[in-house]
Write a protein that binds this ligand. Sequence first.
Ligand SMILES: [Zn+2]
Length: 489
Amino acid sequence: MKPFAALLALCLAAACGGRGPASAPASAPGPAADLALTHVTIVDVESGALRPGQTVLVRGGRIAWTGPAAEARLPAGARVVDAAGRYAIPGLWDMHVHTSREGRALHFWPQFLAHGVTGVREMGSYLDSLQYWRARARQPGSGAPRIVFSSPMLDGEPPSWRHGYGVADSAAARAAVDTMAALGFDFLKVYFRLPRDAYFAIARRARERGIPFAGHVPASVTVVEASDAGQRSIEHLDDSFYIACVPEGGALLQRFLAARAPGAPADSVQPALDRLLGAMLAGPAPAQCAPIFARMAANGTWFTPTLAVHRGLHPPDELAADPRLRFVPPGLAARWAAGRRTGENAERDRRIGEQMTRMVGMAQSAGVGILAGTDASDEAYVFAGSGLHDELALLVDAGLTPLQALQAATLNPARYLQAADTMGTVAAGRVADLVLLDANPLDDIRNTQRIFAVVHRGRLIDAAERERLLRIAQEEAARAAIAPPARQD
Ligand SMILES: [Zn+2]
């Protein structure tokens, strides 16, 4: 069963707002084309090789042909872009975003495309707003990137967030999987408070229905159990995952949760929390992480660290004056500024964040597949679109090579979605989602920010169009109404 492959096939068809698959053969040099990128250097994101002097012919939303520029025959009528000195990489994917509420899509979508983020994985919202924005995204000319849609977060009762979907036991879990599958969501999102029996019931029923599940590791199960149960990806550095890599972490977490339970003596909470934080501050233990990563690698469980959201919790000063704040609704920017923490506890949490980051390089070395994701939503100082480029730089800071970071946003999402034969590389037959860069991203990952042009579904987004998209984003952000945070506890 290849559920994601099926949905990608759907997404390539007109229903997703594209122009449909290529009708021209992808064989001989110079098939009919509506766009030709000439003399470009193609970055092979599988091997890290550079192929200079290439021409890429695009037709009907697909790459129709690539080859030496000298051998290309440029069809009459094709728009020709001289890309000499530029580097072509596959369109980027942000594998963790929440675009589907508060009208966010209206200012997020243009930012994604302007910054070469041609695909995103939506990680959950209210049931009705997910359905609404999914329908909007599928309308022709919607201006949406490719979007893979999550169900609402399946969580315990009551859910952690107002937009969560409470699942109290295994019977409710089974019903929830059936409901979400019937509503056509691409995958299920699992969340922190799920009871153990409900979690495993979701895993079983999801397998029966052929729908993937991904998300957080609930406190009630271990990371290894989640991986063995078939969870497709684990999100963020926090919660159970980091704690599982910390000596005594699991036991200290359980003691903290017990101390916080209704009826427990109130004065037991702080000491339990202090002990847990102390262990987290001491850092991950390689010997304890190794078997977890080995199991994840063996099971093919992906890891989306969302370093950008962790950085936003303790933002460096320059972020507070970042020019990209003009793309953030003013009410939200004010909330971010007011929420900046200082003092002893903030410094301790920042140091814990540094320790958590070490896990990412360890996971990559152990063969765990890494996905680039930002958690762009209302998280502090996480910018839609451009934030994905921040994430790539943070992944390199965490120990990945520039090639590995690039793979985390191109090849790995394609593999995660079981669609590597249609996307994730620059080659004939793949979808025509591309980013043209002014400099080599393998020399310095920050060169992904030097965008010359973007191609989305075969359509060229040049400098003028990128500017127009960003102007729309700024206008839409300025009028966005921001609701208060929706956490329930
Ligand atoms: Zn999220």
